[in-house]
Write a protein that binds this ligand. Sequence first.
Ligand SMILES: Cc1cc2nc3c(=O)[nH]c(=O)nc-3n(C[C@H](O)[C@H](O)[C@H](O)COP(=O)(O)O)c2cc1C
Ligand code: SF4
Ligand code: SF4
Length: 303
Amino acid sequence: MKEKHKKSISRRDSLKRMGLFMASAAAWGISSLASCSKNKKKRIILYFTATGNCLYVARELADENTELLSIPQLVKENRYELEADEIGIVYPIYGHMPPNRVREYIQKTKLKAGYKFAVLTYGNRKCNAVEIWDDISRKAGCPFDYITTMIMVDNWLPNFDMNEQMKIDKHIPENLERITADLSAQRRWHEPFTDEERRQHEGFLQATGINPEVGFLMQSQDAFIVTDACIGCGICAEVCPRGNYKLTSQGVTTEGDCEFCFACIQNCPQKTIQFKQMREVNPNARYRNEHVSLWSIKEANRQ
Ligand SMILES: Cc1cc2nc3c(=O)[nH]c(=O)nc-3n(C[C@H](O)[C@H](O)[C@H](O)COP(=O)(O)O)c2cc1C
Ligand code: SF4
Ligand code: SF4
């Protein structure tokens, strides 16, 4: 089915509008798996998720010998050393780059595994996301054997109507099958990209002024407001991987370094969290992956 959504040049324009181009801006924990079945490989899958796509993919790539670990929880627990036969990572691309928490995690972490794979989810335009992850992970001394992308619902509210996104066939089962087969064969492969895709990413960086060494890193007090429709349910406080929301006697406040992941705005049941400076295509439409519960997002992200 042909995708009908707008071109990502508009994503860049939204960021420009927001003035993003102004922005320039332990203790070791050891995890190793108890062997469930002697002959099967032990696999760890790390994930970062705001609206459930990456958690869904991580679950689908897991078998009975797999341990799923949320990166925000690992950071909270100060766990920076992991060991298994295979270690994978699933994250959403933000401006074709990894979320800041994911980048920081890989830079601090020792991953010991014979085979490392990465699956990068996106919604509309991946550019050279594979190369970006290859560079970051290599520089961190942790190169990945297999890197691929997977298209899913695009949760970027400024350009996409979530209700429309959910109607588009993104060929998810076919892609999961492809990746599952590659992982079973321990395929060593990086999904190719074109020079044009690399140029598009460079253009994106130029237009937005985003620092490629940091990626998206906002301040949530500058990015979001909470309107009077808030019912004080506390969901925002639990789904934020940075722990930025607080329930106070004055109402709900938000402050701190922000991934711009949209877990808060997408999961607020009252739709009372709004962008301060960006417009939305459909402020009445919100998204969470149909296979992932709100509880799972809370478990993944709560600080
Ligand atoms: C801040 C931000 C930036 C994004 N940038 C891109 C992008 O450059 N290209 C793209 O195709 N999708 C982009 N997306 C969409 C997400 O990568 C995609 O919806 C992802 O599957 C969400 O995963 P999750 O549900 O696990 O959070 C962006 C989303 C956000 C919130
Ligand atoms: S999730 Fe929405 S309604 Fe619930 S406390 Fe947060 S802002 Fe208020
Ligand atoms: S404030 Fe919202 S967008 Fe920022 S990190 Fe928290 S949940 Fe994500």
